[in-house]
Design a protein around this ligand. Structure first.
Ligand SMILES: *[C@@H]1O[C@H](CO)[C@@H](O)[C@H](O)[C@H]1NC(C)=O
Ligand SMILES: *[C@@H]1O[C@H](CO)[C@@H](O)[C@H](O)[C@H]1NC(C)=O
Ligand SMILES: *[C@@H]1O[C@H](CO)[C@@H](O)[C@H](O)[C@H]1NC(C)=O
Length: 488
């Protein structure tokens, strides 16, 4: 699956990065086989046949295949090109977190890479994430899938208060209005009516569960509308169409929406034109909701929280516990997206980054001379070759200790992640921090992967909510720079 278009800057630069290491290998003929062998025999990347493939590639007449596959048991994933370098292309089934081989192996790998750097890029993943329901309910497991994927997805769906939605109509509207003061694209009249009618139908129970809008969606949408009405500049404030649709439909909406959504839609009773006590009197039902409501009153007015204040709030609210969790999806979704729309202060970014550093224990320390954290965007990518796993492994083989971190699947992009690739190769992607420290300190390995699931369960509990928020919340920025392990 070669996609012939001009690669993004990121794609191109990742290729140059890749090439730098690749050619430094060729040039010096150095391949630390001991290290790769050690990696191969640890639980981390057992079936990665680096030794057999890369070294023979480097030292023979290229008549070999780089096997990124589960030993010999997998289906025939890669073809041995007679005089080229076969490469297994992998594509992701985004929501079932399964990688499967693309049908046509790319032959003559180096050539393909060069072309990619100049004119096109290598497509490594699905173009569009499939909808939640398609995966939870209908997706056929790929040949390589196992039961754990299915179970995991069902477990995830339960974490939100109402296991409905997200409804695409509202999700599309969120994509337009739940963003910054310059990027927001107000809805026109027809779109506004369509969206509000969807909310109304859902609120009145006229839609089947599978089409309903979720509370998290309602929270994100109405929170964003309030922030826009309160403090966005005129071009991104409510459009005439939005105002018209809202004033016509609000009387009906206000009769069927949950109380916390009424609060979000009009916290001071000043936006909808109808005087109402609900917003001003609302204080939240559970202790975390009370914290969220008072924070939201500031954030939806364009305000900010102090670092400690926000860290305390996050610790009070997370992790989300399950269907009986006390935290309102709507309030939390509104808080997440409104703090992003406001632009985070440095203190807020610090809080998102560090609030859970001590969640499991104090940060573990690895006795290594340097430690590079590789935190790619957690939502993966769907358009170009991902080289960081390879690059990190190569650097580790030169004695530069590398820690990769990420998740298996993350919205909004739902792209291919390092965790999916490692899992596909048979690695154990559920290492604890302590086990990772051991691998990093091991001179023959110097490389480990940590999943946010193991390292920061609280932040990981937000994955489902984030799908319903649609746009990236502040955590999407800070998780990439998480420090899971300190160096000595
Ligand atoms: C969203 O709601 C509308 C009703 O306005 C419905 O027609 C549509 O099928 C829903 N979409 C999804 C993906 O559930
Ligand atoms: C809201 O608060 C005011 C003043 O505290 C009170 O008079 C009013 O009855 C309250 N309204 C509702 C709906 O609880
Ligand atoms: C992966 O490592 C974790 C943590 O040590 C362990 O609990 C789990 O059983 C391992 N999984 C496999 C498949 O080996």
């Amino acid at each position: 699956m070669l996609e012939c278009s001009i690669g993004s800057l990121a794609a191109v630069s990742s290729f140059f990065f890749f090439f730098f290491f690749f050619f430094s290998l060729l040039k010096f003929g150095v391949w630390n086989q001991a290290s790769m062998e050690a990696m191969r025999t640890t639980s981390l990347a057992r079936p990665l046949s680096w030794k057999d493939s890369i070294s023979s590639f480097l030292h023979s007449d290229y008549d070999t295949t780089m096997q990124l596959q589960r030993g010999k048991s997998g289906p025939g994933l890669c073809a041995v090109a007679p005089s080229g370098f076969g490469f297994v292309g992998l594509k992701g089934n985004s929501r079932s977190n399964q990688l499967c081989p693309i049908s046509r192996p790319i032959k003559r790998f180096p050539q393909c890479c060069i072309r990619s750097a100049l004119t096109s890029h290598y497509y490594l993943g699905p173009r569009r994430p499939t909808s939640a329901r398609a995966i939870a309910g209908k997706s056929a497991p790929s040949k390589l899938s196992d039961d754990s994927g299915e179970n995991r997805i069902q477990a995830r769906a339960k974490r939100l208060q109402d296991a409905v939605g997200p409804n695409k109509t509202l999700l599309d509207a969120q994509a337009r209005v739940c963003t910054g003061p310059t990027q927001t694209r107000p809805l026109d009249e027809a779109q506004a009516y369509k969206v509000l009618n969807t909310v109304l139908q859902s609120g009145r129970g006229e839609l089947p569960d599978s089409e309903k809008v979720s509370k998290a969606q309602l929270g994100a949408f109405f929170g964003a509308m309030t922030l826009r009405a309160n403090c966005f500049p005129p071009p991104t404030r409510w459009s005439d169409g939005e105002r018209k649709a809202m004033s016509e439909l609000w009387p009906a909406l206000s009769k069927c929406l949950p109380e916390e959504v009424l609060f979000l839609a009009d916290p001071e009773g000043s936006i909808m034109g109808e005087p109402s006590d609900v917003g001003p009197n609302f204080s939240g039902k559970s202790p975390p909701d009370v914290q969220l409501v008072s924070a939201l009153r500031r954030v939806m007015g364009g305000g900010h929280l102090e670092q400690e204040e926000l860290a305390n709030l996050l610790r009070g609210v997370l992790p989300l516990q399950g269907p009986k969790g006390e935290v309102s999806d709507a309030l939390l979704a509104a808080f997440m997206i409104c703090s992003r729309m406001n632009g985070e202060t440095e203190g807020e970014l610090n809080a998102y980054c560090m609030a859970f550093d001590d969640e499991l224990d104090s940060l573990p320390v690895a006795k290594v001379k340097s430690l590079t954290h590789y935190g790619e965007p957690y939502d993966g990518n769907t358009r170009f070759f991902r080289s960081s796993l390879f690059v990190a492994a190569v650097r580790a083989s030169y004695g530069e200790t590398c820690l990769l971190h990420g998740v298996d699947w993350m919205p909004p992009k739902g792209g291919v992640t390092e965790e999916q690739m490692l899992k596909y190769m048979g690695a154990n992607t559920s290492l604890t921090l302590k086990e990772a420290v051991k691998l990093l300190e091991d001179k023959g390995v110097g490389f480990a992967y940590i999943s946010q699931r193991e390292a920061r369960p609280s932040l990981h509990s937000l994955v489902d909510l984030r799908e319903h928020i649609k746009k990236r919340p502040p955590i999407a920025t800070t998780e990439k720079v998480q420090r899971y392990i300190k160096e000595f």
